[in-house]
Ligand binder design. Structure first.
Ligand code: UDP
Ligand code: MG
Length: 317
């Protein structure tokens, strides 16, 4: 039986890497066609690129009918691009790949084998090294994974990439998660299913630059925590409770001291410190609450996750 594999490629300003990527993936497709008789479709999602990415994709689609494209009205982010791609994927199996060849297409063969021969629902990849990355970034990344796995039920694997091959059933489950604040690493873990992990060493992108600054990654990690854990909310209640106990003990001490020795203490400096400390904690806890509230606010608006300007896929205009 011949299967159809959909390859989803989110592209944001990838004019330099795209032609290279296309050459490699087409060779891989040919190889797998010969070996397993699999067919392919390539879904390029242009995430509001400001360079010639869309023109390149369009010219690819003219010469190769397996190439489909979806072009957004602006930059909606990789999460939105992956979602749009999965929505229009019609393959029995669907893979998500970066356009910069950091996800080696040669792994597809092994992934396909695991899924068809060993009945996994998903074959995912994680990189074992973070070579070529600033040390400070690796350090924070490691802390983030430790933290989020402690405070969330979704199993989020350190170094996991978005590069994975999934069955239709799993893609369907992911599509059912229609939330606006999408944190895929969490969503993949949350839906469950049998996942086989393949490991490989980090490779540098073939061309162009990474779209992730340190600040963007930091905000993304906060989004992840808020999307998949409510522990920060509980922390603010615990801090509040502990402070009540401290205050109670202090009050008793002061009353006893005043009754026994009178009241010789000048209170101004200590009062200022206490007020600063407590208002700091209060604002911090308000901040946490605010984060959840703002996410809830955005979710309740039910805004579309992306807006398509142009596409050659049917049924998803
Ligand atoms: N990407 C996207 N929208 C964005 C940012 C990135 O579609 O807003 C795509 C990008 O074109 C690439 C993939 O997501 O195909 C991964 O991006 P990048 O290589 O910059 O991330 P890194 O590999 O450094 O984590
Ligand atoms: Mg990359």
């Amino acid at each position: 039986m011949s299967y159809l594999i959909s390859i989803i490629v989110p592209c944001y300003n990838e004019e330099e890497s795209l032609p290279l990527f296309y050459d490699v993936i087409v060779k891989q497709a040919e190889l797998m066609k010969n070996k397993f008789d699999t067919d392919f479709e390539f879904i390029f999602v242009n995430d509001g690129s400001r360079d010639n990415t869309l023109d390149i994709i369009k010219s690819l689609s003219q010469k190769d009918e397996r190439v489909k494209y979806i072009s957004f009205s602006r930059n909606f982010g990789k999460e939105a691009a992956m979602y749009a791609g999965m929505k229009s994927a019609s393959g029995d199996f669907t893979a998500i790949m970066d356009a910069d060849l950091q996800d080696p297409p040669s792994l597809l063969e092994e992934m396909y084998r695991y899924i068809t021969e060993e009945n996994y629902d998903c074959v995912a990849t994680r990189r074992t090294t973070r070579k070529g990355e600033p040390h400070i970034r690796s350090f924070f990344a490691r802390c983030f994974y430790k933290l989020i796995n402690k405070i969330s039920k979704a199993n989020i694997v350190d170094g996991a990439r978005d590069f994975r091959l999934m069955t239709r059933q799993m893609v369907g489950a992911i599509l059912e998660m229609t939330e606006y604040n999408r944190f895929s690493k969490g969503i993949f873990g949350w839906v469950g299913f049998e996942t086989k992990w393949l490991e490989y060493e980090n490779t540098k992108r073939v061309a162009g630059e990474t779209k992730w600054s340190f600040w963007k990654l930091f905000l993304y990690s906060l989004d992840g925590i808020i999307a998949f854990s409510t522990v920060p909310l509980a922390i603010s209640s615990v801090i509040g409770f502990l402070l009540c106990i401290v205050a109670f003990v202090l009050i008793i001490t002061i009353i006893v001291k005043t009754l026994l020795f009178g009241d010789p203490v000048a209170g101004y400096p200590s009062l200022v410190c206490i007020i600063c400390f407590l208002s700091g904690i209060q604002l911090f806890c308000f901040g946490i609450l605010g984060q959840y509230l703002s996410k809830t606010y955005l979710e309740t608006k039910h805004r579309p996750i992306y807006i398509i300007k142009e596409t050659n896929t049917i049924g998803d205009k």
